[in-house]
Design a protein around this ligand. Structure first.
Ligand SMILES: Nc1ncnc2c1ncn2[C@@H]1O[C@H](COP(=O)(O)OP(=O)(O)O)[C@@H](O)[C@H]1O
Ligand SMILES: Cc1ncsc1CCOP(=O)(O)O
Ligand SMILES: [Mg+2]
Length: 262
């Protein structure tokens, strides 16, 4: 686990290009800016090439795209492959909405992505495994979470981060599990989006995307856990802003002290 990548990130201040969703864009931008990256968002196809060229990474969040945005997303991903910029995909609710699943499957079949980050319902849907997702949430299923994540990683030759109480990160062969957690993550809409974009920051400074994804997950999860444990009243409304503050404050010592993974 390369926890020191946190310092690398802050030294390099990578440009993290994000195609976000209108629900959580502010938290995503503030979260990764506080952490030490430089976020930029765009919905305009005509500036796609310029955005990709200047960025260190591209995070594609499929949370609330329109047909027009889908064309932009396709264009951005094509340029990202052309300019060898890593792509992180967050397949929001593909387990619950067939239209999203179809569009996401098409994108993944046509472009090379570096990391897919989703909850169990989303990862199972993309892997073609039976599962009962619930809207943006993971829902219920009986499958082996590690095997499902591995199946998807092998399908697209990429790293998969399957988030949940335990986060599973795999390149299709090796598996890392991160146990840091808090129930408050679930009460804050956008926790998953922030995690995906945090991964986007780290793949912008580390070419080993499996390592980058692990580091991002540990730092993000420890930040949330530290905040939740320090709260007098563990409430949803104040967790979000304090999570952003902790992403600003967190250092490698804190991560090393609390990190819980195998
Ligand atoms: N049941 C849970 N208990 C504690 N933490 C969780 C739980 N589910 C998810 N998390 C944490 O919340 C963050 C977002 O993951 P998740 O909720 O799976 O994404 P999404 O919001 O896209 O569904 C991750 O950092 C994960 O570790
Ligand atoms: C509520 C909602 N609706 C469309 S996107 C979105 C945000 C999803 O955020 P997350 O998956 O991080 O909870
Ligand atoms: Mg999500």
């Amino acid at each position: 686990m390369k926890i020191d990548l946190l310092n690398t990130l802050r030294e390099k201040n990578p440009i993290a290009f994000n195609i976000s969703n209108f629900v959580t864009v502010q938290d995503v931008a503030n979260g990764i800016n506080a952490l030490g990256a430089s976020p930029i968002m765009s919905e305009e196809k005509n500036e796609a090439e310029a955005m990709v060229k200047m960025a260190n990474s591209v995070t594609i969040n499929l949370g609330a795209f329109t047909e027009q945005q889908l064309t932009q997303i396709d264009t951005v991903m094509t340029f990202a492959n052309q300019y060898h910029k890593p792509i992180v995909v967050d397949p929001v609710a593909v387990g619950a909405v067939q239209y999203r699943l179809e569009r996401c499957n098409e994108l993944l079949a046509q472009k090379q992505v570096s990391v897919i980050r989703g909850n169990a319902g989303e990862i199972a849907a993309l892997a073609g495994v039976e599962w009962h997702a619930k809207g943006i949430d993971a829902g219920e299923g009986a499958g082996d979470l590690v095997e499902i994540a591995k199946k998807l990683a092998n399908k697209y030759n990429c790293t998969v981060v399957e988030s949940g109480k335990t986060d599973i990160i795999t390149n299709g062969d090796a598996v890392v599990k991160v146990f840091n957690e808090s129930d408050l993550f679930k009460l804050h809409v956008g926790s998953g989006d922030m995690l995906s974009s945090t991964i986007g920051c780290f793949v912008g400074v580390e070419d080993d995307y499996f390592e980058a994804a692990q580091t991002a997950v540990v730092i993000f999860d420890v930040a949330g856990e530290v905040v939740a444990k320090a709260m007098d009243k563990p409430l949803a409304g104040s967790f979000g802003p304090q999570l952003i503050d902790e992403l600003h404050l967190i250092d490698t010592k804190t991560v090393e002290k609390y990190a819980n993974f195998e």
